[in-house]
Write a protein that binds this ligand. Structure first.
Ligand code: ADP
Length: 289
């Protein structure tokens, strides 16, 4: 058997005992982060209790829907173990780096730019084992060292759960607000309560909960099909005292759209998917106004 290539391990350097030079670097980075965030009106972190509920798909589709309203949008993928946004958006190749060493978000269209770990790796399929401090370092760099420019929205796609990445976002982007995605299924809902609890512990405002993969009408007989049941998201939002922004139906065309590198909103999706995303975006705007 040929030995496989060892995974790359990112440790993030020493966990303690910062030198004078590294303290100075981190002060400079604080300033860069402050400058970058100062130009961004709304920062949304998209969270979920568990994987596979469609969090990245919702992040991508909401970003496209906002950009279609002529808002300037940045989409930042902080799912460092399983970055998928660049692929979902059909963006290939590496990020462009300026002479003064800033990264330029990859343009999806004139209003929407994307930064994902995928666009920094020359071998995108190689596993990188991330230790906690390294993750925080990358998330800080994604803000400090990227030319986001003036934005109306920065959408931050976090990995599922309540680990290092959402915590680093909460610490680095103090005015970020959380948008939580779940399916209506009981197991997803019990995890989503943990995400809500996390936001309360770190004092992060929640703009609401979106239920994804809700019932859809069968294209053959028109009967409503509930793959993951229905209504659980709304019930959980009510019980936990956070706004419910709506249900996005399951739409088989969304699966093809992700694989072919184009978010489904306004393009290949069913009218009911597009209408549901539009309603959720209206709800987000209402919550923020
Ligand atoms: P997560 O980010 O929560 O892990 P993804 O966004 O990667 O989830 O979605 C998981 C899978 O579900 C993908 O194949 C995606 O295309 C599909 N998907 C997401 N939302 C929907 C939907 N509303 N209808 C049908 N498929 C969906």
């Amino acid at each position: 058997m040929t030995p496989s290539k060892p995974p790359k391990v990112e440790t993030g350097g020493k966990a303690c005992g910062a030198t004078g030079a590294s303290r100075m670097t981190s002060k400079l980075q604080d300033t860069l982060i402050e400058n970058s965030l100062g130009k961004i009106r709304h920062k949304l972190i998209i969270m979920s209790g568990k994987g596979g509920v469609g969090k990245s798909s919702i992040s991508a589709n909401i970003a496209v829907a906002l950009a279609q309203r002529h808002l300037r949008v940045g989409l930042m993928d902080v799912d460092l173990h399983g970055p998928s946004l660049a692929r979902m958006m059909g963006l290939e190749g590496l990020l462009e780096i300026t002479n003064d060493r800033f990264a330029i978000p990859m343009p999806y269209n004139e209003n929407l730019g994307v930064v994902s770990m995928q666009s920094l790796m020359s071998e995108p399929d190689q596993a990188v084992i991330w230790r906690g401090p390294a993750k925080t370092g990358v998330i800080r760099q994604f803000i400090a060292d990227v030319r986001w420019g003036e934005l109306d929205f920065l959408i931050i796609d976090a990995p599922p759960g309540t680990g290092d990445e959402p915590l680093s976002v909460a610490q680095t982007v103090p005015d970020a607000k959380a948008l939580i995605v779940t399916t209506p299924q009981d197991v997803a809902l019990s995890d989503v309560r943990k995400s809500i609890g996390f936001c309360r512990i770190v004092h992060m405002d929640m703009i609401g909960l979106i239920e994804n993969m809700g019932p859809f009408d069968c294209p053959c007989c028109g009967k409503s099909i509930e793959i993951f049941k229905q209504g659980g998201g709304e019930k959980t939002a009510r019980q936990m005292g956070i706004p419910f922004l709506g249900t996005i139906p399951f739409d088989p065309r969304v699966v093809n759209a992700s694989d072919s590198g184009s978010p489904a909103f306004g393009e290949s999706a069913s009218a009911s998917f597009t209408e549901a995303i539009t309603r959720c975006v209206d709800g987000i705007m209402d919550q923020l106004s």
